[in-house]
Design a protein around this ligand. Sequence first.
Ligand code: NAD
Length: 282
Amino acid sequence: MSTTIFKIDWKKGWLNFNKKAFNATDAMSLKRGKLAESKRTVVITGGSRGIGRAVCLRFAREDARIIFVHYDPDDLKANETLGILHKMDVEAKAKKLDISSFGAVEEFFQEVVREFQRVDVLVNNVGITGDAFLMRMSEDQWDEVLTVNLKGVFNCTKAVIRSMIKERSGRIINISSVVGQIGNIGQSNYAASKAGIIGFTKSVARELATRGITVNAVAPGFINTEMTEKLPDKARESFLAQIPMGRIGEPDEVAETVYWLASVSANYITGQVIHVNGGLYM
Ligand code: NAD
């Protein structure tokens, strides 16, 4: 029997079309899962809800293996995301983990690599706010936002690159924010963390460019998630007035950009900041 076998070679970055005789050896390899090796392992931080959940669901459409991390007080949202992924018949796992803990993050990635051999894509999506005018901002407010948003990205990236370098392949996508570029009243801590992510992205992109690993950032504008739900109506209206497209963005629209950066179409793109903001900053 003759058939066309095609698979994406993520490492080399092209789609392989093999017209070949489907013989007994292939059938055995298929049985052992060898021909299914192109399934990617994708780790997404903050995947229980919002943009992180949308990113999980976007990679699920590729039938990637999804492992997401969250730190919600309860598992409600994480279980919801897992439920949707399992309904899509996707291999998925969730882990409650504080990404600001260097040791816990290192242990987590060691476990993932032990179980799945490698991580193909890391999406550093976790972000928190702790808003206050600088005059009133406490040291704790500053430390918490910087530790989760910026040190968290350092922790996860550092923990994943050893295996990516070994594989000479990998995609790292960091979620920054428009606020990291233009600033925002009451968000000096958040803006500093998101601007820091951009500097980090560019530096690590340079360090890893010859290792087959790309590192990029996505900077969303005003997106419809729990983070923006809590904004007072006045602040929401003033944000909306500044968006040329006149509407708030959807998590799916950010997820599409993240997915594209992890696809073969973005093979030659590294150290970039892609803005998804309806024109809010250009
Ligand atoms: P969200 O608040 O809806 O979800 C945050 C996720 O991060 C949750 O899964 C939560 O459990 C997880 N998390 C929080 N602290 C954690 C920790 N210490 N360790 C591990 N996980 C932790 O957020 P969102 O609105 O979906 O935003 C996602 C990312 O996009 C963030 O980095 C945010 O700064 C950025 N962003 C959002 C907007 C927006 O308008 N929503 C705009 C620009 C940038």
